[in-house]
Design a protein around this ligand. Structure first.
Ligand SMILES: [Zn+2]
Ligand SMILES: [Zn+2]
Length: 166
């Protein structure tokens, strides 16, 4: 996702508009996303502030994530904003770029990740899967005895695991 800034590279105060559209086929870096349903669109400006380049943009896409209760795919619109300084002098606290091209791939990826919800449900009333037999309880009761299973144990266990690693 490259923005060619050669026109403003040496012009202090100059602003450039850009529009990028890119499809993402590889969802490996997006843990709970099963698929990108539309290309990622990013639209914004880059401004040269005395050799630092401020990128201000907004973007959107659509993804599908699994319902956290029944695992059915759920379509989600994703919107995100970007405000980030880029520099080619290796300065700290800024993103870096080389030559006359700013690559927005990683900042766009991070912004998408940040704007994804931790969990999605297909429906507020989704009953989820039976923890014993795995049946989709939205389609009817399975008759398993689930009284002794407390789903909170799972999250407590993972908390302890985190503590041990520290
Ligand atoms: Zn569901
Ligand atoms: Zn069951």
């Amino acid at each position: 996702m490259n923005v060619d800034i050669s026109k403003i590279l040496k012009v202090n105060g100059a602003t450039l508009s850009f529009e990028i559209e890119k499809s993402i086929a590889d969802v490996e870096n997006y843990p709970d996303v099963c698929e990108f349903l539309s290309p990622v669109k990013v639209e914004g400006t880059v401004t040269n502030f005395e050799g630092d380049f401020l990128v201000e943009a907004s973007g959107n896409t659509a993804v599908c994530m699994s319902c956290s209760r029944c695992l059915k795919p759920v379509k989600l619109e994703v919107k995100f904003g970007i405000k980030e300084n880029f520099s080619n002098t290796g300065k700290e606290e800024t993103e870096t770029f080389l030559g006359d091209t700013i690559d927005l791939t990683s900042i766009v990826g991070r912004s998408i990740l940040l704007s994804l919800p931790m969990k999605v449900v297909c429906d507020e009333d989704c009953k989820g899967l039976c923890p014993i037999c795995g049946k989709d309880l939205n389609e009817g009761d399975c008759g398993c005895d689930t009284t002794n299973i407390d789903p909170r144990f799972e999250s407590l266990r993972s908390l302890f695991k985190l503590d041990e690693e520290v």
